[in-house]
Design a protein around this ligand. Structure first.
Ligand code: 3H9
Length: 643
């Protein structure tokens, strides 16, 4: 039974059992309406507890139903029926109460949660606003500022924060259901959330500032502005009017292009590891070695420590080791200050450092993050081959180099794999899992499990120069250079990309990351004969002048206290290179920039797909959205191109 009723004394326990996440699909909604009728009619019932079986409370509406016409009963009507009941309903929350799940809980007359539960209204992340009373009930339970960040920011909060804010009535210590039944038994006449007065903003100015910050950050994502408007209506209008407007906005957004794109990426992210090779029995991993304490190595070490692994960081000498260890400690400290690491001491206790590879004798997995140079990486792997257990997995964090060639130096290449993290590694969600020819399936499965343990989205990639993401990025970067030759300016290209929804444009991005790394890579690829066609020397000439980007105060732009300014030097280099290539230049239309950038992206993506480097077009979308800031609400380049 999707919804069942059991009795505990005079309290009815209504349980939803709809795996995997108890989404409020049609069967759940119908079952709940039936449960309201039955408990109202049953004189032996004084109160009701609403609980869920399995791993979580209701995690929201069933997103798969959103592409189909709505089927009755609708969630707002179910929630209204619960709220109008003559007997008190208590929501017993474990896991996550999200979206329609939290709306259901807010329609109950009291809420109790276990200490690890989380609650939120993440509808904006799916291109929606809450559609079952969330924007009207939440501001009646918590202050307007919090309602705004939860609804328009889509951020869930902890049980502790929910208790402090007034969203829940109690945190259960011990058995949640038992405590919920006890609470229901003594609750008395139901107090309805909708009948409560709106709490409002403690500080109207702070509320207005957060609203305008959120609108600015939305960068074209419609649902964020719509969510702010809905919260403001929830604060201003009578409940009935606000509910009607909320529902109309929800229904209009549900069929919008942005919501469809966001649903696409939601499901694509959950399907990346649906490959049978990733489903073999993984090798156990508790002890991880990280070679190299630079930005990347320290970030990887921090990410692993924060997720419960034991980490040994290796550097070539004491000075570099100290610097690397300090980077790790700095990251851990700042995460602890933001409340992300409740037990910092326990995390630090799992962190060791050494200059001798012998310290890795017991490691289950080693990730090298040393200088991006084939010979250096091969030397590291030769040393690892000598000291590690034969079943230990050896991973390289290279972002471009041939993982087959690195694996080949091992006596058993089947234990080598690529784990391409993105910087900062403790924050970025994407992990490209690069599969050399000889890799064994349980090594793939172990990498897949690791990506989940690190709360990352693992995407399988074949071996090629740059794998999925950097290869596509190189292609659209080259196209951006061609745009300059054809008459565009760097600031024109950057502005067009920002207008499309990228947080920054391709030239600004290069200035931020530093131009020197790509320069070294181009030299290597030129030497290897991998660059064909007309070669555009603009970026090389900037590097020859020491213009490596922000870190040197100059790159594609000039930097000063006043910020980034277009550079006359760069514009004249572009003009010279145009002339050298015999290009006419002239005025370039803004509207012609993005079709060229997107065209280059999708052409390379098609090649990546045809060569079997990426498993699917959806995987490419996941990589570009999560590693390269492709606007999420456009669904990724492949989705955008076929839409
Ligand atoms: C909403 O509620 C609108 C209302 O305001 C108004 C209504 C009128 N639907 O993420 P996982 C599947 S909008 C359908 O890997 P985790 C997921 O595809 C909704 N399916 O697990 C996967 O399937 P499979 C607002 C869903 O433990 C499986 O469940 N709610 C849904 O890492 C496991 O998912 C949200 O936006 C769904 N709503 O994380 C919450 N959710 O195994 C979205 C999950 O076949 N969900 N699935 O690949 C989440 O944030 C996470 O899934 C959750 C669990 C935190 C719950």
């Amino acid at each position: 039974m999707t919804v069942s009723i059991a009795k505990q004394g005079r309290v009815a326990v209504v349980t939803i059992d709809n795996p995997p996440v108890n989404a409020s699909s049609q069967a759940v909604r119908a079952g709940l309406l039936q449960a309201v009728a039955e408990t109202e009619a049953d004189p032996s019932v004084d109160a009701v507890v609403l609980a869920c079986a399995g791993r979580t409370f209701v995690a929201g509406a069933d997103v798969r139903e959103f592409d189909l016409p709505p089927v009755e009963p609708h969630l707002p009507d179910v929630i209204s029926a619960i709220e109008a009941a003559s007997k008190p309903w208590v929501a017993a929350i474990h896991g996550t109460a999200l979206g329609g799940g939290l709306e259901l809980a807010m329609g109950c007359h009291a809420r109790i949660a276990d200490a690890t539960a989380r609650m939120g209204l993440p509808e904006v992340t799916l291109g929606l606003v809450p559609g079952a009373g969330g924007t009207v009930r939440l501001p009646r339970l918590v202050e307007a500022e919090l309602a705004l960040t939860m609804i328009a920011g889509g951020k869930p909060i902890s049980a502790e924060a929910a208790l402090e804010a007034g969203l829940i009535d109690a945190i259960a210590t011990g058995d949640l259901l038992e405590k919920a039944v006890a609470l229901a038994a003594k609750l008395g006449a139901p107090r309805r959330t909708l009948e409560k007065t709106v709490i409002g903003a403690a500080n109207a100015e702070a509320f207005a500032k957060s609203a305008s910050d959120l609108r600015r950050k939305a960068r074209g994502q419609v649902s964020i502005g719509a969510a702010i408007d809905a919260v403001e209506r929830g604060l201003r209008l009578p409940a009935d009017a606000a509910l009607a407007e909320e529902r109309a906005t929800f229904l209009a957004l549900k069929s919008s292009d942005q919501a469809r794109a966001l649903r696409h990426i939601f499901f694509a992210e959950r399907a990346t590891l649906a490959d049978p090779r990733a489903k073999q029995t993984p090798r156990p991993v508790t002890r991880i070695g990280v070679i190299g304490g630079g930005t990347m190595g320290a970030g990887i070490a921090s990410a692993c420590l924060m997720r419960g692994f034991h980490v040994t960081l290796i550097e070539r000498d004491e000075t570099s080791l100290e610097a690397g260890a300090n980077r790790v400690r700095g990251t851990l400290d700042s995460s602890a200050k933001r409340g992300l690491l409740p037990d910092l001491d326990a995390v630090v206790a799992r962190f060791e450092t050494a200059t001798d590879y012998a310290a890795l004798a017991n490691a289950d997995l080693v990730i090298e993050a040393v200088f991006e140079d084939m010979d250096v990486k091969k030397q590291v792997f030769v040393q690892l081959d000598a000291v590690t257990r034969p079943d230990a997995i050896l991973a390289t964090n290279t972002s471009y180099l041939d993982v087959n060639a690195i694996a080949a130096v091992l006596s058993d290449p089947s234990r080598a794999i690529g784990l391409h993290f993105f910087s900062p590694a403790h924050i970025m969600k994407l992990l490209e899992i690069v599969l050399p020819d000889a890799v064994s399936e349980d090594v793939i499965a172990t990498a897949a499990k690791l990506s989940k343990s690190l709360a990352k989205i693992g995407v399988l990639s074949g071996v090629c120069d740059g794998f999925i993401g950097n290869r596509i990025m190189s292609a659209y970067r080259a196209e951006a250079d061609r745009l300059l030759i054809d008459g565009a300016t760097p600031s024109q290209v950057d502005a067009a990309m920002r207008d499309y929804g990228f947080p920054i444009g391709v030239f600004e991005m290069q200035d931020m990351a530093g131009l020197d790394i790509a320069w070294a890579m181009r030299k290597r690829r030129l030497a290897e004969g991998k660059i064909t066609g007309a070669y555009i020397r603009i970026a090389d000439r900037l590097c020859e002048m020491g213009r490596f980007g922000r870190k040197t105060g100059a790159g594609w732009y000039d930097y000063s206290d006043a910020g980034a300014q277009p550079s006359k030097v760069v514009l004249s280099i572009i003009a010279e290179e145009r002339q050298a290539l015999g290009a006419a230049g002239g005025d370039f239309a803004d509207a012609d920039v993005m079709p060229r950038i997107l065209g280059a992206m999708t052409r390379e993506a098609e090649a990546v797909l045809a060569e079997g480097i990426a498993r699917s077009a959806d995987d490419i979308d996941v990589v570009m959205v999560n590693g390269y800031s492709f606007p999420r609400w456009k669904g990724g380049p492949m989705f955008a191109a076929r839409d």
